[in-house]
Structure formats: structure tokens, C-alpha cells
Design a protein. Structure first.
Length: 343
């Protein structure tokens, strides 16, 4: 577990400094002097190593959970078994503040564009077009996504998982706001929001609607399997290029239906049945994140890859068990904080 704690502002300053330094090929170091470059924060973020070891741009893996409170996972003190995320935290940085827009779609719009959600047309959810520019329920063409920007910087761009930035009536209609049209070279996942883990809504490969296999399918596994596939195939055919992969899971969004053997592993713990399902769902996600890390290791890309993990918003209050309930305060069981509505 990291012994350092940095604010978001520290991170942005250091990241900007490191990225700028990389882009300037060392001239910044000469012009700014050694002390600034050698401060502890850039070192902790790995930028010093990156600047000294390789001019190659780092790969970026952006993983996101859905409706998971930040203190659920082990490295933040949660009861849920998340050894792979704990391992990443032990070798990286944990942040103690995180700002989001409280619901899926606006948060994802801001994450993808760096803008206020209203500037992207996603002031609310994809469920409705309210006839205001800020509330179209559809990612507009006045913004660029991080995938579009990174493509211009020479990155291959991949996405597996939940998009949720396309107006719900466009699932089978115009594709202008689908991932392939917004900067991603390859896509596997759901255009829509949450749904069944066994038969997800609007399951799509690139621009083609597909059906989940009737048996043996589980969305969390499929998201990871396709991430591993993209990472492996990238290494085989585009290994000289850096890549960006965005992996937004639907775990632990309700309705949580986990294989019983995974739930049974929480028998004997002081958890309600619903908490056990949530815990099993999060542990399942953690285990397939481990498979993605293994793929990076196996292909020799682990050391040149920045891995970021976040949750899109606080936990949903339907997970609130009575044992944790405090009057006049919404609560999420082993989770602190929650979003006010579903999304
Ligand atoms: Ca969410």
C-alpha cells in the first residue's frame, strides 16, 4: 500500500509536468532546473523512470466499476476480497478524493471529454432528449473524446464494456455517437447502460449488434476476455505503437446475479445476502482485472503501462442493509457514500 497521499491538484501538476517533459524530450528539464523535475511527486508517479528509461509513450489502461463505493475494495479498508486491485494500489497511488457527476452518463461524458457534462449534451441520462443543448441524452459533436485525441497522438484505441453515451432510441438507429465513431479502433460491449450480466442490452461488436451466447456467458468475463484479446492482438500486430484501452465494467450495478459458488465464498461473513452478492460481484471483477494484468505481463507491456482504476459514482442505495442503516442518512452497507438515483 502506498505510504504517500497526493491531492488531485498535485497529480494534475505532476502529470502535466511529466507529460510535457516527455513531449519536449528533455529540454524542459534543462530550462526548469533539476529541483523541480526531481521533486517527489513526479518520481512517485513514475515519470522520472519513464523519462530516463524509454522515449516510448506509455500504454494507458482505464478501468471503471459501476455504482461501487470507493471504500468497498480491500485497499480502502473494505471487507471485499480484491487482491489484484490491492496489488495495484500497493505499487501505485491511492487517491482520497474523487469528483463525479453522481450518475452514469454525465460522469462518463466528462471522463471521456474532460468537459462539464452539459457541454457534451449529456447533462442527464441517455433515457431522454429534453430538447435543450445540454440535455440531448447523446454525446454531441462539439466535443472530442480522449480516444479521438490519443489516436492523433499515435495511439491505438480500444474499448470493452459499457458505453452509455448514446440516446437510447439510437441503439438501433444512427451510430454517430457510438464508440467506433468517437475515436475507438475496436469496440466490444454495450451501447446501453446497466442490465443483465447473462444477456446484456445492446451488446455490440464494433458497429454490429450481436447476441450473447445462451449458455456459459457472463458479461464481466466477456469484457475482460475481449480486453485480453485486444491487448494480445495489439502486441502481435501493432507492438510498436502505444495503446489506450478503456474498460468500463457494469459490475457492481444491479441487478446483481452472481454464480452461486462465488457468493458462497462469503458464507460466514457478517454480511446480508444482498451484500454477499455485491461482494461476489466485485471480487469477480477483481479476478478478471488480474487476467488483464497477466496479459500485460505476458506480452512484456506491464512496465510501460499506466493503469487507472475508478468507480463512476457512489454506490446505489438499494445495497443499503438494515444493519448499517443510520436514520436520515443514505448508506451503502460496507460502502461509504452513494449516488441518489439509478444509472
Ligand atoms: Ca453508475
Amino acid at each position: 500500500m502506498s505510504s504517500h497521499c497526493y491531492t488531485r491538484r498535485d497529480f494534475i501538476k505532476a502529470a502535466g509536468l511529466g507529460a510535457t517533459f516527455l513531449a519536449m524530450g528533455g529540454s524542459l528539464k534543462r530550462s526548469l532546473g533539476m529541483d523541480l523535475i526531481n521533486s517527489s511527486i513526479p518520481k512517485a508517479l513514475g515519470f522520472e523512470a519513464a523519462t530516463q528509461m524509454s522515449p516510448k509513450k506509455p500504454n494507458i489502461v482505464l478501468i471503471m466499476a459501476d455504482d461501487m463505493g470507493y471504500s468497498d475494495i480491500g485497499c480502502y479498508g473494505g471487507e471485499i476480497h480484491t487482491p489484484n486491485l490491492d496489488g495495484l494500489a500497493a505499487g501505485g497511488l491511492r487517491f482520497t478524493q474523487f469528483y463525479n457527476t453522481a450518475r452514469c452518463c454525465p460522469t462518463r461524458a466528462s471522463l471521456m471529454t474532460g468537459l462539464y457534462a452539459h457541454q457534451t449534451g449529456m447533462g442527464w441520462m441517455t433515457a431522454a432528449n429534453l430538447d435543450y443543448e445540454g440535455y440531448r441524452g447523446d454525446l454531441n459533436n462539439k466535443c472530442v473524446t480522449i480516444a479521438e485525441v490519443l489516436k492523433q497522438a499515435g495511439y491505438s484505441t480500444y474499448m470493452t464494456g459499457k458505453w452509455h453515451l448514446t440516446y437510447d432510441k439510437y441503439w438501433d438507429g444512427p451510430k454517430h455517437s457510438w464508440p467506433r465513431q468517437r475515436g475507438f479502433d475496436r469496440f466490444y460491449g454495450t451501447i446501453a447502460g446497466g442490465g443483465s450480466y447473462f444477456n446484456p442490452n445492446a451488446l455490440t461488436r464494433d458497429n454490429t449488434r450481436i447476441k450473447a451466447p445462451a449458455k456459459g456467458y457472463y458479461y464481466t468475463d466477456a469484457i475482460s476476455d475481449n480486453a485480453v484479446k485486444f491487448i494480445t492482438e495489439h502486441n502481435r500486430s501493432n507492438g510498436d505503437k502505444p495503446f489506450f484501452i478503456y474498460v468500463p465494467f457494469t459490475a457492481v450495478h444491479y441487478p446483481i446475479v452472481e454464480p452461486q459458488e462465488r457468493i458462497d465464498k462469503y458464507d460466514g461473513k457478517p454480511l446480508t445476502d444482498e451484500q454477499k452478492r455485491l461482494a461476489a460481484c466485485a471480487t469477480h471483477m477483481d479476478s478478471v482485472i488480474g487476467q488483464m494484468i497477466d496479459a500485460l505481463q505476458r506480452t512484456g507491456q506491464r512496465e510501460n503501462t499506466l493503469i487507472v482504476f475508478a468507480s463512476d459514482n457512489g454506490a446505489h442505495d438499494r445495497h443499503c442493509p438494515s444493519v448499517y442503516w443510520e436514520p436520515n442518512r443514505q448508506c451503502s452497507g460496507p460502502v461509504r457514500g452513494n449516488k441518489p438515483f439509478s444509472g
